[in-house]
Design a protein around this ligand. Structure first.
Ligand SMILES: [Zn+2]
Length: 119
């Protein structure tokens, strides 16, 4: 959704600049400057709002990782590698497509953490 807004805004700014540019060409008309300015203005407003919504989305994304980190610290005491039984630190667990994936530092096994521990 944000990418679509950026592309749309980029097209608006692009054509706005073209209109302003064209207004100074021999076959151009001065009224094109106005059209171009409006087009660029709308495009910049869309970029502004898209950037603002992106910031809030990044903030909520930070909250998600924070929520993931907390149970990760809790289960750190009990979590062991399914392959070699070595103790796993929270750094060994990465979020891939919303699912916790364990990469064992001892045997280098990578597997998805499917079983739900006590949390
Ligand atoms: Zn292991």
């Amino acid at each position: 959704m944000k990418i679509v807004a950026y592309i749309f805004a980029a097209i608006l700014v692009f054509f706005g600049v073209l209109f302003i540019w064209g207004a100074f060409s021999p076959q151009g008309s001065p009224s094109w400057i106005l059209i171009g300015l409006i087009s660029v203005g709308i495009g910049l407003v869309i970029i502004f709002f898209a950037a603002r919504s992106g910031k809030s989305a990044a903030a909520s994304g930070q909250n998600v990782t924070l929520n993931v980190d907390l149970p990760g610290n809790v289960k750190m005491d009990t979590l062991k590698c399914q392959s070699c039984g070595g103790p796993l630190a929270p750094e060994n667990i990465t979020m891939v497509a919303g699912a916790p994936v364990v990469t064992c530092p001892y045997c280098h096994t990578t597997y998805q953490l499917t079983e739900a521990p006590k949390w």
